[in-house]
Design a protein around this ligand. Structure first.
Ligand SMILES: [Cu+2]
Length: 384
């Protein structure tokens, strides 16, 4: 299963952009209907026991990093090169991200780099002052990078199903992309030294290779009734995303509208996108990601057709409960199937959320910022 081209382009951005939020337990929709109040902070629960052939690899930033939002924004996307020291064929079978300053960390995504990309990333890192480098549209390296792990609020340890893992050839390294949200008062000058505990297995017993597939949909959320201001204009709002995160990031919304509805913009709380499955396989895990204005997200297979299935349904999305969850029953897919992701956002939440209420009203589109929005279905699949 691969992401369609427009989504792949998006994914590059998204990877950067998206990570901020993610899924929810399929079996246990969020119980809180109250608006998101801030990230939950707590001590991480201990990891599950190692399974046969597994070991832990602990990685962390060598030094604390002080996030700074460029271009007058309130979001910093920073990439760090981390080396799991793999000398043989290995599989990544789980991860436990350890946000050191959970008040600032909005999401983290881990991209696998091949040895050539790792060399390139090291060069970017070396020429950038301080720890890591700024990475709003992508991981800052050429070519395909596989998304092999991510963390968003509410996620504890993520365990791949037994017998499955992400391929990690010898010499593979990871880019750890962290989205720091600096909207909160008092976040200026704070530091972070997050890390991750990887669970890896040697290749003595071959595992089935997993991939992470992304299914985005547009956001076309007008200002709420009673709100007004220059950013309530769609074109101005899109230009504003571009000014904060770069030209490419600013174009993501238009790419999505093009890919999902042939370029037709229909403003409203609820948006969806249908995307084809390109390769037969099985879906094992799912997550949904939106930001603070997200109310509901649903991922469906072949809606309105025989054999239609709901992959994930979060009628009361909770930003602080975004773990990637295993499906109760894995779902087989074939080439030509359709995945639909549908999101409902609520502009009225802006006035109720301490993080957003001091910001000017805006027509919300897809963007990397905490005050922008996303609508993203995340599926972990294995080929047939
Ligand atoms: Cu996001």
């Amino acid at each position: 299963m691969r992401i369609p081209r427009y989504a792949a382009a998006l994914a590059a951005t998204m990877l950067l952009v998206t990570a901020c939020g993610t899924a929810t337990p399929a079996a246990a929709p969020a119980t809180s209907s109250a608006p998101h109040a801030g990230h939950s902070v707590g001590s991480a629960p201990p990891p599950a026991a190692l399974r046969t052939g597994e070991r832990f690899v602990d990685l962390a930033l060598p030094q604390a990093y002080t996030p700074q939002a460029p271009n007058g924004g309130t979001d910093d996307y920073r990439c760090f090169l981390v080396d799991p020291g793999l000398t043989e064929n290995t599989y990544l079978t789980g991860s436990r991200f350890l946000p050191q300053n959970a008040a600032l960390v909005h999401h983290a995504i881990f991209y696998r780099l091949d040895p050539g990309q790792a060399t390139e990333a090291a060069a970017v890192d070396a020429k950038t002052p301080g720890e890591g480098w700024t990475c709003f549209g992508d991981a800052g390296v050429q070519g395909q990078t596989a998304w092999v792990a991510h963390w968003a609020p509410g996620a504890g340890e993520t365990l791949m199903p037994a017998g499955f893992g992400f391929d990690m050839p010898p010499g593979s390294k990871l880019v750890m992309q962290v989205h720091y949200n600096l909207l909160e008062t008092g976040s200026a000058g704070q530091t972070d030294q997050s890390g991750i505990q990887l669970r890896v297995a040697g290749a003595k017993t071959p595992l089935k290779a997993l991939s992470t597939d992304l299914f985005p949909a547009p956001i076309e959320l007008p200002c709420a009734s009673g709100e007004s201001g220059p950013l309530c204009d769609r074109a101005a709002a899109i230009a504003d995303v571009g000014s904060r995160f770069g030209v490419e990031a600013g174009q993501q919304e238009e790419h999505l509208v093009q890919g999902c509805s042939g370029g037709k913009v229909t403003a409203g709380d609820t948006q969806h996108c249908d995307q084809p499955i390109e390769q037969a396989g099985t879906i094992y895990m799912a997550a949904g990601h939106m930001h603070l204005l997200g109310r509901a997200i649903k991922i469906e297979l072949n809606p309105g057709k025989p054999g239609a299935r709901t992959i994930l349904d979060l009628p009361r999305y909770n930003f602080d409960d975004q773990a990637l969850v295993p499906l109760a029953k894995p779902i087989p897919v074939k080439a030509g199937d359709t995945v639909r992701v549908t999101c409902t956002h609520d502009a009225k939440l802006r006035k109720l959320l301490p993080q957003l209420q001091k910001l000017p009203p805006r027509y919300v589109v897809w963007g990397e910022g905490t005050s922008d929005e996303m609508c993203l279905g995340i599926l972990v699949t294995a080929p047939a």
